[in-house]
Every structure is written in C-alpha cells, then in structure tokens.
Design a binder for this molecule. Structure first.
Ligand SMILES: *Cc1c(COP(=O)(O)O)cnc(C)c1O
Length: 406
C-alpha cells in the first residue's frame, strides 16, 4: 500500500534508515562517551537479535513465562450500549505477566543483555512501571538491576518501590533538582557512561537515541502481529479502526505496526489532562513542535526557554513531554491520526469498562477506551480494536481517593 509517497509494503526495511531516522525524526544526539556504548548495542542488536537462537528463546519466554499470546475480547455489553452497531474489541495486554505491555520489550532488552554477556541492566523510572517490568526481567535472567528514581517519586510510588526491591532490584535514590523523572534520566545515563562495559541501559518506550526506537518497536510488534491474526480468525475481517494510547508510544507502535500496510484507520490517543494550556496536558504531537531531547529529534512540548515543558496527565505513564520519533513521522505523514481525550472522559471510560465488561483498565489504557467510545458514535457501523495496554490494579488507591466510586 502506498500512502503519501511512502511504500508500506517495504516500510519496515526503509524506516528507520541506517542512522536511525524516520524522515527527519530520530537519530542519536548523544555525548561522545556514549557513542561507543550505543554502537555496541546497535551492533549487538543487528547480529544477536536476528539470530535464530535469540528469536526462538524469546518466543519460548513469551509463551511459557509471559503468557502470550494474550487474547482479544469482544466487548459485547459496551458495544450494545453504544447502540449503533459498531463493535468494540480489546487486545488484552492487561493479561500479559506483570499486567501491561512493558514486559514485552523489557524481556527482549534483558535477553539481549544476557546474550551480550552483560551482568547488569540500568534504567530510570518515574511512576515505577518500567522499573517493575525491568526488575522482573532481571530476576528472570539473574542480572543485577539498578533503577534510578527521584526521591519525590520514591515517596509517591511506594508499592512499586516495594515490588522492585522484592524482585531484587537496587533502587537508587536521586536527590538533586526537582527529584523526579528528568533527574533520574540524567543520573541513569551518567551511571551507564561509567558502567557500559558490564551493563546495558534499557529504555522504557520507543524513545531515546538510535537503536532504541527501532529495538523497542520490534520487541513490541508481537502485539500487532498477534492482534491482526487473532482478529482475522475471530471475525474473518480486519478491524475498520485501531486505537491505542500514546505516552512515549511503545504499546501504540507495537499495535500499529501490525496494521500500517492495511486499509485500517489508525488512531493514537494523547492525554489532554485538565485542558489545552501548557502544563495542563501531555499532548505533545497535538500541541508540540520539533525539537531534540533525551538523545533524539521528535515533536515535543517546550517551555519559553526551549526546554522540555512541564506536563500533566491523570495517567502517570503518559506524562512525557515528547513521543517516539516514529510517531512524529507517522503524524506528519498522516498515516496515523493523533487526537486527545481529557481526564474526565478517561475516568468515565475507566468505570464504564469496569462495570460493563468486568475489566478494570489502567488509567493510561482508559484513554484509548474513551476515544474508541467517542469514535464509535461518529461512524455508522464497523469494528474498532483497542489496545488495552494494562490493568488498573496499580490505580485503585488513586481512583478511590480522588474520584470515589461512581
Ligand atoms: C507505561 C504505560 C503506558 C505508556 O507507555 P507507551 O510507551 O506509550 O506505551 C501505557 N499504558 C500502560 C498500562 C503503561 O504502563
């Protein structure tokens, strides 16, 4: 399929190019000391990860440890309340081990570390979800695991800190600056520069310098490959539309990669939070502009000095001031439409899915559900497949305290 001069039959061979660019987005904007480390990861990725030994080991792990393939569920009661014949389906990444899609790339990254003979994995975490997934992978493979986390987040995310420690990870407190994610990223990168002979850095989404956006997309593509096959065998057709929430963009890229070359409308959903004023949302593709941060060129939200702007979302997994470079590319191309839902619509969808279907979604995933419910009202008939990126157990206390029972 050719769309806007891009040939999607050969898309994955063309993008990213050998320097990690999706059009003008991506690349590797890093300190000289990190160049060698990234080169090593790149070389390892292009040799080891294509080897049949690596691929078959990752397949076995997905089946026997992660519980893949995850099912697709038809949302019968929700579809019938919408009342216009539109049928909603969810890809159940909430049923993946640890309750979200993040383990898909963490197991891949940790397996790569093992094949490279590394002893340790290093990462930062904000809300703690990436830290927990990586700590799980490290425990499975017997790797050391250092997770950098700001003091403010350590206090806010006590249950995830406990999980990481139980899994044997070393949670390194970052006490400078605002003591949150940005400082944790800086500290983790600094540690990695010193330790790269024995360690690899594991990024939590389709972000960062080349080859991470490529690598994480490839590890997450299992979601879209499974979903396409499953949907075809369940219904005999492809869905008319596919919807996923976009923070950094890994669950969305995994899902979308299965459908880019099909006549399927694709929607990425960003958090509008409290509204469209800078600081009240994290809708980088909708309101942002081109810029470089954290080692890559993409579309980002900037403050008056051109630095990454403060962002907000009710879903802590979506509050990032940029998105992966491939999303910026697909946005400009028009192949994927990016749109927003706000906190209120999201919380409504959270309760609606729980009540009508017996599935408590993560607040991040509730953004995709909310958008699909709106989209369903604008089309006559057809089917919408939603990526349910994770389960809502982690959000219980927050929801009850902030919103009560609706
Ligand atoms: C982290 C997280 C997200 C956002 O990350 P992406 O890279 O955009 O997928 C979405 N949903 C859940 C459940 C998460 O834990």
């Amino acid at each position: 399929m050719i769309f806007n001069n891009v040939d999607f039959d050969t898309y994955f061979k063309q993008y990213p190019d050998k320097n990690g660019y999706f059009g003008k987005y991506g690349g590797a904007y890093i300190e000289p000391e990190l160049k060698k480390a990234m080169q090593e990861i790149r070389d390892a990725y292009f040799t080891i990860c294509k080897s049949s030994k690596f691929v078959s080991e990752l397949r076995r792990i997905r089946k026997e440890f992660q519980g893949r393939p995850t099912p697709i569920s038809y949302l019968e009661r929700l579809s019938s309340t919408l009342g216009n014949g539109v049928q909603l389906y969810v890809k159940r990444e909430d049923l993946n081990h640890t309750g979200a899609h993040k383990l898909n790339h963490c197991m891949g990254e940790a397996l790569l570390a093992k094949f490279m003979g590394k002893k340790k994995v290093i990462a930062e975490t904000g809300a703690g979800q990436h830290g927990v997934a990586l700590a799980t992978a490290a425990a499975y493979f017997g790797l050391e695991c250092d997770i950098y986390m700001g003091s403010v987040d350590i206090e806010k995310q006590a249950p995830n800190v406990a999980r990481m420690k139980i899994l044997g990870a070393n949670v390194v407190e970052v006490t400078h600056g605002l003591k949150t994610l940005k400082e944790a990223v800086d500290a983790a990168f600094a540690a990695y520069c010193k330790e790269y002979k024995d360690a690899i850095y594991c990024i939590g989404s389709v972000l960062g310098p080349h080859p991470f956006p490529l690598m994480v997309r490839d590890f997450q593509s299992v979601v879209g490959i499974e979903a396409r096959e499953q949907f075809l065998s369940m219904t005999g057709e492809l869905p008319d539309a596919v919807v996923a929430c976009v923070g950094g963009g890994s669950n969305a890229m995994g899902m979308f990669s299965g459908f880019l070359n099909d006549p399927v409308d694709i929607y990425g959903v960003e958090p509008l939070g409290r509204g469209s004023a800078l600081g009240d949302h994290a809708a980088s593709l909708k309101y942002g502009e081109e810029g470089i941060m954290h080692g890559f060129n993409s579309i980002m939200l900037k403050d008056e000095n051109g630095d990454p702007a403060p962002v907000y979302s009710v879903a802590s997994g979506l509050d990032y001031p940029s998105s992966g470079p491939e999303h910026a590319f697909l946005h400009d191309l028009g192949r994927v439409k990016y749109d927003v839902v706000d906190d209120e619509e999201t919380i409504d969808a959270f309760f609606t899915l729980s009540r009508l279907e017996g599935i408590i979604p993560a607040i991040e995933s509730s953004h995709a559900v909310a958008y699909a419910m709106k989209l369903a009202k604008t089309i006559e008939k057809g089917s919408i497949l939603i990526c349910l990126s994770g389960r809502g157990d982690k959000d219980m206390d927050f929801i009850i305290n902030k919103y009560g029972i609706r």
